[in-house]
Design a protein around this ligand. Structure first.
Ligand SMILES: [Fe+2]
Ligand SMILES: [Fe+2]
Length: 366
């Protein structure tokens, strides 16, 4: 049997412990584990996928374990999937509420490895025996489709990253900036409750945000100091150039890229460019990428500026909530700082620029 186990716990350490305990469970040749640190994230995954069992922590910031159970049990395919809830020993009222809302079993912290393996093994064996041959074929077809989609996405991803890199290789932005903006944009989209297809698309389309820089003359794009007002007007046209290049494509992905290129410098209060749109008149993809791009630009070293520290960058974004940025995007970002830090770490840039060469006047994303 090759079951899939979903682990949901806001503590990275707990997730690692649970993962270790799963190794070599008798009768389960290969266990695939999926770890989530937030209920909203796990729920977004569950809308398009199906594990064989879920192990859910009760105590989490944002959506707690019982709220997750209630939401996930509403999904038709999740009616028969076993759920184990992990609680503290003195939380008997929580256990009762969890039972009433779809938990099948409990584990008490600190989790005993033998007990965990026994309980999980029993529920998994039962679950696997209840999957009919027809279900197995359906699952296999689903897995094959998923693999094919992932392969296609990887191909799309490479093409888009290469194209986006051509446009930004002339200035300061790195390939890793593209990766970070893509990951942070997808995270924000997921946490705003968008479906899996939208989240996958924004992940692929976000790196195109500055593709229009390909049309900006070197003397403006590469100018080391502050831009004159005339030069700044030229710089701003990277939004419309990118939009014009991509907007008539037959691909919905490239059309999303066009919207992102066009709207990633609009501001929620209407003081952005190129159109000065306000609030929800700005395409949601532009509002999401604006936050991801600015956060990453602030945290990055550029030839003209030092990297901001994380606290100052967050403070700046918090201050711009409802001014520059969509308040909902800022709120979900602030709720998932740990995940964002992980993304920053995973796709960190090589330190390359001497601090003394930096220009103090420019900051953030262009
Ligand atoms: Fe950028
Ligand atoms: Fe830009």
């Amino acid at each position: 049997m090759n079951p899939t186990v979903l682990l949901l716990d806001d503590s990275k350490e707990n997730l690692e412990i649970l993962q270790r305990m799963l190794k070599g469970l008798p009768g389960m040749e290969t266990i695939a584990t999926l770890c989530f640190s937030a209920g909203e994230q796990a729920l977004a995954w569950c809308r398009a996928n199906e594990p064989d069992i879920c192990v859910v922590d009760y105590n989490m910031p944002g959506m707690d374990g019982i709220e997750f159970l209630m939401e996930v049990r509403k999904l038709p395919r999740f009616k028969g999937i076993p759920m184990i809830m992990v609680t503290g020993s003195s939380e008997s009222d929580i256990r009762q509420r969890a039972l009433a809302n779809g938990a099948n079993d409990f584990l008490t912290r600190p989790v005993d490895p033998e007990e965990f393996r026994a309980r999980l093994g029993n529920l998994l064996t039962l679950r696997m025996s209840l999957i009919s041959p027809l279900d197995r074929v359906e699952r296999l077809a689903h897995d094959v489709e998923l693999l094919a989609r992932q392969a296609l996405e990887r191909e799309h991803e490479q093409i888009i990253y290469k194209l986006s890199q051509i446009s930004t290789s002339r200035d300061e932005e790195t390939g890793n900036h593209m990766h970070r903006v893509a990951h942070i944009s997808r995270l924000i989209a997921q946490e705003l409750g968008h479906d899996a297809q939208f989240c996958d698309m924004i992940y692929l389309a976000a790196p195109m945000h500055d593709i229009g820089k390909v049309g900006i003359p070197d003397k403006v794009l590469l100018k080391p100091g502050k831009l004159t007002p005339e030069e700044w007007e030229v710089m701003k046209t990277h939004t419309t150039i990118g939009y014009d290049v991509l907007k008539d494509s037959s691909s919905s992905l490239l059309r999303m890229g066009a919207d992102i290129a066009h709207s990633h410098h609009e501001k929620y209060n209407g003081q952005g460019y190129p159109l000065g749109l306000t609030g929800e008149k700005i395409p949601v993809v532009g509002r999401i990428v604006a936050v991801a791009d600015e956060l990453d630009a602030l945290l990055s070293v550029r030839p003209y500026k030092q990297a901001w520290n994380f606290k100052d960058a967050l403070e700046h974004l918090r201050h711009e909530r409802g001014r520059h940025f969509d308040p909902d995007c800022i709120d979900v970002m602030l709720r998932h700082i740990d995940t964002i830090l992980d993304i920053q770490k995973k796709f960190a840039d090589e330190p390359a620029v001497p601090v003394s060469d930096m220009h103090p006047l420019r900051r953030g994303a262009a």
